[in-house]
Ligand binder design. Structure first.
Ligand code: GLP
Length: 261
């Protein structure tokens, strides 16, 4: 696991946008794994700017979303499909027919979840998966207690996560759906490169638990320790509880030029 610590969020965005841009440039049919929440927003803005300057194209790419609420009407502005279109996909040239999100309106939700994993497999897997982290260490919507081998499935949100996400629902936690479909931790682990983004003091504890704590279902993001290619990009505040902070800085500052992110 590579941990990159930067002075502030703008540098985090620059580094992660660079990783995504390289995937878009180097692969014939790249598959991007997209996340919602605040953490990747700056990365999306960076990528949109690069597209507008003519520096990148996603016309040959596909994208799959990590998770989706269950129970919102399809035209609700806070579905994650609407979020990712508004914040990113509608501003670049990625064909909208190549944006895939879990089919939460399917009559047979279990079958739809299995189909989602199958679809990702048929596309050849995700090349780079962007991830944020919840304050309880959740990844996607895999709440504490999630099986580290889980597949895409229905989950029930914790009260803490519904409280955190109430900001998107007029600060009314009772309006936040109780149920979601999320890629499982096992599904996420199949992506070729996982990139976890975090900034600000509220992320210091979950980042420390994910990166240096024991691998445990109590901190779902700790499952990243089992993946061979993970990049954690954090600002100073989110890194503030890491024990090996000096080592991570030294490793990054002395990174050989031939070694990719
Ligand atoms: C939601 C999303 C996660 C995201 C998390 C943190 O629960 N399902 O994918 O990582 O929020 O959000 P933020 O980045 O806004 O802190």
């Amino acid at each position: 696991m590579e941990v990159v610590i930067t002075p502030h969020g703008a540098v985090v965005n620059e580094i992660v946008a660079g990783i995504v841009a390289r995937v878009l440039q180097s692969r014939a049919a790249p598959v991007l794994g997209l996340a919602t929440g605040n953490s990747p927003l700056g990365v999306y803005r960076q990528l949109i700017e690069r597209y507008q300057r003519g520096e990148l194209s996603a016309a040959h790419a596909s994208a799959v979303l990590l998770d989706e609420y269950v129970g919102l009407s399809p035209d609700h502005p806070e579905t994650y499909r609407a979020f990712i279109r508004r914040e990113f996909v509608d501003h670049i040239d990625l064909p909208i027919s190549r944006l895939f999100t879990p089919d939460v309106d399917a009559g047979d939700l279990s079958a739809a979840c299995r189909d989602y994993d199958q679809l990702i497999g048929e596309m050849g897997g995700v090349d780079v998966q962007l991830l944020g982290i919840g304050r309880d260490g959740h990844l996607g919507f895999n709440e504490p207690g999630s099986s580290l081998a889980s597949r895409t499935r229905l989950k029930t949100l914790t009260r803490a996560t519904r409280d955190d996400n109430a900001r998107y629902f007029d600060d009314r936690h009772e309006r936040v759906p109780r149920h979601v479909v999320t890629q499982g931790l096992g599904t996420i682990l199949e992506a070729r490169h996982l990139v976890l983004i975090a900034s600000g003091p509220a992320k210091a504890s979950p980042i420390a638990r994910a990166v240096e704590g024991p691998v445990s279902a109590m901190c779902p993001a700790s499952v990243l320790q089992l993946h061979p290619h993970v990049t954690v990009v954090v600002d100073d505040e989110a890194a503030s509880q890491l024990r090996l902070v000096d080592y991570y800085r030294e490793a990054y500052d002395n990174k050989p030029s031939w070694q990719d992110m």
